[in-house]
Design a protein. Structure first.
Length: 547
């Protein structure tokens, strides 16, 4: 029975051990080889003293050791904390301190950059260097003890380091510790949000959350052992991590990739015969402008979008490039992984919809008093079901704010089930399809109106004059907030042309007060446009003009 995260690999190894599980560049591991590596690494982590439920940070780019460390931590009975490899040392150190990481798996160069910050992580006991050479140790001044957990590693590292080979050897031999017993309700992972303003918060996920999410997504994507899924998103992002869990739950194959250019993704789809590809809107916008080779068109069975609304023009461009590829538009949040999806056969009928609830989830649209919104009436999206996370690590106040009993449960129920209150404003049509309007804290309040930034952006994308755009609300002395559109585009006189387009397509109160043309838009570590950072940069735009 598959109830825990490592069971995904154990089950696949038992049913089809020779099937390819994981590919990185020219190397491929079968399910048998991957499971044996995970078991060996789990023994190594236990040999380093990992206790039940203790946290293991994994700060690596996508490679074989990254996947092994994640699943080995769960197999040992610990909790894995994938850390986005794009984060800077101070951000990494915050995560290590916040969730009391005991063991950090990283590379020699990253450990060297972290040396100063690790002095402020008192709970950290050991660093595992995934690229260490056991014959030479690693880093400046390393010696022979690098293979067996001595003090070797980058100079000044405040805790002892062990090489990856040394980790595998540390759990071998008589009297090796047994994995800690866990059940599906126990925590398995902590995923940190991007933290565009303030410090990021850790979302605590149980084994049950992750297994339920994998089974649900695999069901509506109709994943099978013949699928080859390209993993381009970071594993610190729930959408990226799900590429592993969804594939492994059906015995499919995953190809790991850290791309430099969008064209690298297209080439990888053709080279590896990829059947499934997931991305976020900024990447899809770039991919839609490329010419896809015939080999990619032949094998790519489906593509998925989450992490923001897909502009209609981008969906149309992708469908023109990939006429035989099914397009799944999805909505999710880290606190519940995935909430809705729009089936491919509905895209022509309702291209702006985020669909309906995924299998094994209930999605409610509620007013501020908790009552259900009428069809067409905006309300907050509330997600109830097995995918709802356990809360925020070490943050009872914010947990109580976002994780509350779902409305409409029987009053006599002694322990009503918790739901996650997303903070996102949506509306539901009479057929039950949902439409995203914006985050509750991102809705623009201008001249007494509440304006969805998504609606403004969709109109601007339809002009086909911009590559990317974000609409934000900026403080204004008379309007309350003014709508400012920041666009990535090239050309002459774009601001007046875009404003003319908006005046023709939008009611007056929704027309941007300004359109700013930039060479690029800021991106969060998960690949989304960083709207909050944009808004903070522009906060004095109109106030300065009145001085």
């Amino acid at each position: 029975m598959v109830t825990l995260i490592p069971d995904l690999l154990r089950h696949a190894c038992g049913t089809a051990p020779d099937r390819p599980a994981l590919t990185h560049k020219a190397e491929t591991l079968s399910y048998r080889a991957l499971w044996l590596a995970v078991e060996r690494t789990a023994r190594g982590l236990l040999g380093l003293g990992l206790g039940p439920g203790e946290r293991v940070g994994v700060y690596l780019p996508k490679r074989m050791e990254t996947v092994q460390a994640i699943f080995a931590t769960a197999a040992a009975g610990g909790v894995f904390v994938p850390i986005n490899p794009l984060l800077k040392p101070a951000q990494v150190a915050h995560i290590l301190r916040d969730c009391n990481v005991r063991i950090l798996v990283t590379s020699s160069d990253r450990a060297g950059l972290l040396t100063r910050d690790l002095h402020h992580c008192p709970d950290l006991r050991r660093v595992v260097l995934a690229d260490a050479d056991p014959a030479r140790g690693t880093g400046e001044g390393a010696g022979p003890e690098g293979a067996d957990g001595g003090q070797d590693g980058p100079a000044g590292l405040p805790v002892s380091a062990v090489s990856w080979a040394g980790l595998g050897a540390s759990g071998d031999g008589p009297g090796e510790p047994a994995p800690h017993r866990r059940i599906d309700a126990d925590m398995a992972a902590i995923l940190y949000t991007s933290g565009s303003t303030g410090q990021p918060k850790g979302v605590v996920l149980s084994h049950r959350n992750l297994i339920a999410g994998a089974l649900s997504v695999a069901e509506y994507l109709e994943n099978s052992p013949t699928d080859r899924i390209l993993a381009v998103l970071p594993f610190s992002f729930d959408y990226g991590l799900s590429q592993l869990t969804t594939a492994f739950c059906v015995g499919a194959s995953v190809v790991l990739m850290d791309y430099l250019l969008p064209n690298d993704v297209v080439k990888a789809v053709a080279r590896y015969g990829i059947t499934g590809l997931a991305a976020v809107p900024p990447l899809w916008i770039q991919l839609a402008r490329l010419e896809w080779p015939e080999q990619a068109r032949r094998t790519l069975r489906y593509i998925t979008n989450s992490g923001g609304a897909m502009p209609r023009a981008v969906t149309q461009a992708l469908r023109a490039q990939l006429p035989k590829t099914a397009v799944f538009l999805m909505y999710g949040l880290t606190e519940a992984f995935r909430s809705t999806y729009l089936p491919p056969d509905q895209i022509d009928l309702r291209p702006d919809s985020m669909g309906k609830a995924i299998p094994n989830a209930e999605i409610l649209v509620v007013r501020e008093d908790g009552s259900h919104s009428a069809p067409g009436e905006p309300g907050e999206l509330v997600h109830r079901g097995a995918l709802v996370a356990l809360g925020y690590w070490n943050d009872p106040e914010r947990t109580a704010e976002r994780f509350r009993p779902a409305p409409g449960q029987p009053p006599g129920l002694p322990n009503p089930g918790l739901a996650v209150w997303s903070g996102d404003q949506v509306r539901r049509d009479r057929e039950g399809f949902l439409y995203f309007m914006g985050r509750k804290d991102e809705m623009i309040k201008t001249s007494g109106y509440r304006v969805s930034p998504t609606e403004v952006e969709e109109v601007i994308y339809a002009s086909r004059l911009v590559a990317e755009v974000a609409a934000v609300g900026v403080a204004h002395p008379t309007l309350g907030q003014a709508i400012v559109a920041v666009a990535k585009a090239t050309g002459h006189d774009l601001e007046p042309r875009l404003l003319d387009w908006c005046r023709h397509e939008l009611p007056a109160y929704m027309v941007p007060h300004r359109v700013l043309i930039e060479d690029s838009l800021p991106i969060t570590p998960n690949g989304k446009i960083d709207r909050r950072l944009l808004a903070s940069r522009l906060q004095d735009l109109f106030m300065e003009a009145t001085v």
